[in-house]
Design a protein around this ligand. Structure first.
Ligand SMILES: Cc1ncc(COP(=O)(O)O)c(C=O)c1O
Length: 422
């Protein structure tokens, strides 16, 4: 496609955009009274306008029904979370029974490791990517220590090659093979938070399992961003947060996938609580734990309804639009952003190096050669909301639900003005 770096052309792309009406479904912050250009949907998605209604409904039910809301609210609270499984399963390519919503991401990964990291003297090693998201590093280190191993020995990090900004699948496969029958678990971020790389989850999952290990994925940057087929790829488990591409609000409830193979199994250990027991007998308060026959068996506490309600609101949007349409726009708007960066690059002295490989979702991580923090500050002051990562990288994620092609054009103009101002 031959793009053009003009306002008219960007507006023409917007006019042709089948998803353009969804921009109006979201609240945008303002800077100096002007709607911002929002590139941080990979960190915290914008608030859908319809979310307020879902939250107000719970507040009203609580006000008017108090405890009776558990059973007599329009959407009773006792099974509220069950409404999320079917739409969420479509987003992550799972069967509804393989998906549940509970807790927050790091908590869920810990809980899943109770089931899927059961090291023995011989098989105790974990493969992950180097410089994984810090919370994942802390989680893995503390789990390994908890089981009495030394994290320097038990955790095997796959490194990028010297001079390269991305991981090679062949290097991950080779590491899996080398660790061999000492491998207990592969746990990697499906989309890397720093460079935006999408890992070949299908191939890596297959290779890890061929060595007799469990394979799980942290999908924080993947859910709602890329096409996932967790069931077909035969992934063992996964978890993701809902506040990035799934727009459910700061720190909100997290999603979990457990492969159907592990449902209804007595030999898979779990930390348990009353919300994981069979729904029909849950309130009989019996001493024995009878697990739900789906991923809800991993639930511990009664669901935090005020945190689940915004997730349900946004899942309604995902139901309407579907991942395929989102991905189609994502590919085009990200390619347009890439084009704009190249065009502006030609007009200024500094160089913008896109370090995101071609296996990508909607994030472009850009190394600003010849620039520094002042350029980032200039962008923010001029209504471009992006983020900064050491040493000199900005991450730009044009979320297809609400970003426009005109945003990309205008961003290019602000970027150029910021560089030329020096
Ligand atoms: C890749 C990744 N993993 C884990 C986390 C931690 O999420 P939480 O604070 O919800 O546990 C984040 C948060 O941004 C993340 O990006």
């Amino acid at each position: 496609m031959q793009f053009k770096n003009t306002l008219e052309y960007a507006q023409q792309l917007d006019a042709e955009d089948k998803l353009r009406k969804y921009r109006d479904e979201f609240h945008f912050p303002k800077v100096d009274g002007k709607q911002v250009i929002y590139f941080t949907g990979n960190s915290l998605g914008l608030q859908p306008k319809r979310t307020q209604k879902f939250v107000d409904e719970v507040m009203t039910d609580w006000k008017e029904l108090a405890v009776e809301g558990h059973f007599y609210a329009d959407k009773p609270w006792w099974d509220y979370h069950e409404r999320l499984a079917a739409p969420l399963a479509k987003v992550v390519g799972a069967k509804p029974e393989e998906v549940t919503v509970m807790n927050t991401l790091t908590v869920n990964l810990h809980l899943l490791m109770v089931s899927f990291y059961r090291p023995t003297k011989k098989r105790y090693r974990i493969i992950c990517e180097e410089k994984a998201f810090p919370s994942d590093q802390y989680m893995l280190q503390s789990q390994v220590r908890f089981h009495g191993f030394d994290s320097n020995d038990a955790i095997v990090e796959v490194k990028k090659r010297e001079g390269e900004n991305f991981w090679r699948t062949e290097d991950i496969l080779q590491t899996i093979e080398e660790v061999g029958d000492e491998l207990a678990l592969v746990l990697i971020g499906g989309v890397n938070y720093y460079n935006g790389q999408v890992f070949d989850m299908e191939t890596i999952t297959k290779a890890g399992k061929a060595q007799g290990a469990f394979v799980g994925w942290d999908l924080a940057h993947a859910a709602g961003n890329i096409k996932l087929k967790l069931h077909d790829w035969d992934v063992d488990f996964a978890s993701w947060c809902s506040y990035k591409y799934m727009n459910s609000g700061p720190g909100n409830a997290s999603g979990v996938f457990v492969n159907e193979r592990y449902l209804n199994r007595k030999d898979i250990p779990r930390f348990e609580g009353w919300w994981g027991t069979k729904r029909d007998t849950r309130f009989l308060m019996k001493p024995e734990f009878e697990p739900m026959e789906n991923a809800d068996a991993w639930q511990l506490s009664n669901a935090p309804i005020l945190s689940v309600a915004p997730y349900l609101a946004c899942l309604e949007l995902f139901e309407e639009v579907g991942m395929d349409a989102l991905i189609e726009k994502r590919n085009k708007i990200t390619a347009y952003l890439e084009f704009i960066l190249h065009e502006i690059d030609k007009e200024v002295d500094s160089t913008f190096e896109i370090i995101t490989p071609k296996e990508r979702g909607c994030q472009l991580s850009v190394f600003l050669h010849g620039e520094g923090r002042p350029l980032f500050d200039y962008l923010m002051e001029n209504g471009v909301i992006t983020d900064w990562r050491e040493p000199n990288v900005i991450r730009l994620a044009p979320a297809p639900f609400y970003c426009s092609y005109e945003d990309m054009y205008r961003f290019g103009q602000i970027l150029k003005a910021g560089v030329l101002k020096k």
